[in-house]
Design a protein around this ligand. Structure first.
Ligand SMILES: *Cc1c(COP(=O)(O)O)cnc(C)c1O
Length: 497
């Protein structure tokens, strides 16, 4: 049976998966959601014996029903290959009393690779299926990790161009270096004077500009998105929660049917929403613990039912979670409103006009799967130092935020359910924050790349390729613009005036 996707704001007829992926954002500004969440069709025992690629096929075939078996397997096998530095793709590390699901073994050492290494294949396949003649221009706002992962995925992919906007002063030095050294004739990287929310709002405004879309169409271009608002990002992320459960079962850490909890360091709410979808598919997940840093909008939301972005934007050592507008939350809002597009519209309008909205008690009652915790900068740094001191395992700051949240959850609830913590970045991506957390006095004055070598010494973990590559790579992208000039910058790049 064909699974169709409709906009959370409900204006238009539902579309196929491939069309939803091509479009990125729905025309009415809403996000595409599947009409229902399919149930897994094979047993847990079968899943336990599968490779990552086989698991991906079992999950994705249920969501992307208009892709043929051949197309889907081609996409999966092209994405999850030697770009990953381990055959298991997403290993689990048992450290103290939790299982860290390491999602950072791909080309750019952040979990964004899990979805962005397959998105270009899903998208170019979708373009072929739908007889699209235009070049696809991927427009992306990044808080640091999406940008590089999308650039790496789309660089030199025929029929595509990619433009990435990042907050000039809001990413780590290594994140910035990774992006501005990006190769590929179809890649453009721009720093903006502003924060991630400014970049994301600017991109959404460009998507919503019908005049511009017409001009581009005449020039042979159409936009799509590589942000997690694209359903083609979300579906591949469900896979690793299914896989993690199956691997815990295979290794005898859990029994078939045993409930696990999941803790996710959260920004745009994509990763944790994928875990929620995995639960709907039939994976026995109990609580979804949503971890925030000092930008704790989601923590407040889960406590009070009010989403309020009217607060200072705080730059932290976990920049990929420095977000006040979590786009994917809209998918959950739509669902708990009973797939009511007009309610969703009303709340999203309030968010854009007043910067806040409040959900009804009836909606709140459906949030019992979720709980929110947050960690301060100090708690995060202490966590990195403590886990390293006790076990030798080095956490990146995002994962450390999740680890703190998990610790607080257990202290509050005494719930000892086995827990998977999504480990979203390699510590090498945030070397300075990590090393200063471990010993500020010793490491505080060293250069970024000296710190890389020190991290290698203390952790015994090989320096990833992604880091070796940028040690000497020349800067290729130097454009910086104001948030207000993003549209003009896009036109200039594309030669559309
Ligand atoms: C993007 C990112 C997050 C946040 O994930 P969302 O899906 O946006 O909630 C957390 N940690 C790291 C390292 C990231 O790159």
């Amino acid at each position: 049976m064909e699974l169709l996707y409709r906009s959370t704001r409900g204006a238009k007829e539902p579309v196929t998966a491939s069309k939803a992926i091509l479009q990125g954002l729905a025309e009415d500004g809403g996000l595409f959601v599947p009409d229902s969440i399919p149930k897994l069709t094979c047993s847990m025992e079968q899943l336990a014996g599968m490779t990552y690629q086989e698991t991906a096929y079992e999950v994705m075939k249920l969501f992307l029903t208009d892709y043929t078996e051949e197309e889907l397997k081609y996409c999966i096998n092209s994405a999850y290959d030697k770009k990953f530095d381990t055959d298991v793709i997403a290993p689990l590390a048992k450290v103290e009393d939790a299982y860290y699901l390491e999602l950072f073994h791909g080309a750019t050492i952040a979990f964004k690779d899990m979805a962005l290494s397959i998105l270009p294949y899903l998208m170019t396949t979708a373009a072929k299926k739908n007889q699209v003649k235009n070049d696809i221009v991927i427009l992306t706002a990044t808080s640091g990790d999406t940008g590089k992962a999308a650039l790496a995925g789309f660089a030199d992919v025929p029929g595509t161009k990619i433009i990435v906007f990042y907050p000039k002063n809001g990413v780590s030095p290594i994140q910035e270096k990774q992006m501005v050294t990006q190769k590929g004739d179809n890649t453009f990287v721009v720093g903006i004077h502003g924060n991630f929310d400014d970049a994301q709002s600017g991109v959404k405004a460009i998507f919503g500009n019908k005049e511009l879309a017409k001009e581009l169409d005449q020039a042979g271009y159409q936009f799509s998105s590589a942000n997690s608002i694209n359903i083609g990002r979300l579906v591949p992320q469900i896979v690793y929660y299914v896989y993690a459960y199956a691997k815990l079962l295979e290794s005898g850490e859990i029994k078939d049917g045993e409930t696990i909890n999941v803790t996710v360091p959260t920004g745009n709410f994509g990763n944790i929403l994928a875990a929620y979808y995995a639960k709907q598919m039939g994976i026995p997940i109990g609580k979804l613990i949503c971890a925030s840093n000092d930008n704790k909008v989601l923590y407040d939301f889960f406590r009070t039912g009010e989403y309020d972005r009217n607060r200072p934007f705080i730059l932290t050592t976990s920049p990929s979670m420095d977000i006040l507008i979590s786009s994917n939350l809209e998918r959950l809002i739509y669902r708990i409103a009973g797939a009511d597009a007009s309610k969703d519209q009303e709340l999203m309008k309030a968010l854009s006009e007043q910067g806040k909205y409040e959900i009804t008690d009836k909606m709140r009652a459906q949030l019992h799967d979720f709980c929110g915790y947050y960690a301060s900068e100090d708690e995060t740094a202490k966590k990195i130092a403590k886990v390293y001191g006790d076990t030798g395992y080095v956490l990146d700051p995002h994962t450390a935020v999740a680890s703190c949240a998990y610790e607080k959850y257990v202290a509050d609830t005494k719930d000892k359910t086995k827990t998977v913590i999504a480990s979203t970045a390699s510590p090498y991506k945030f070397t300075r924050s990590v090393m200063e957390a471990i010993d500020k006095e010793k490491y505080g004055s060293m250069s970024d790349f000296d710190l890389v070598d020190e991290l290698n010494k203390i952790s015994g973990v090989d320096v990833p390729n992604a880091i070796e590559e940028i040690r000497t790579a020349p800067v290729r992208h130097k454009t910086v613009c104001d948030a207000a000039d993003m549209e003009q910058t896009v036109k200039t790049f594309l030669g559309v005036e």
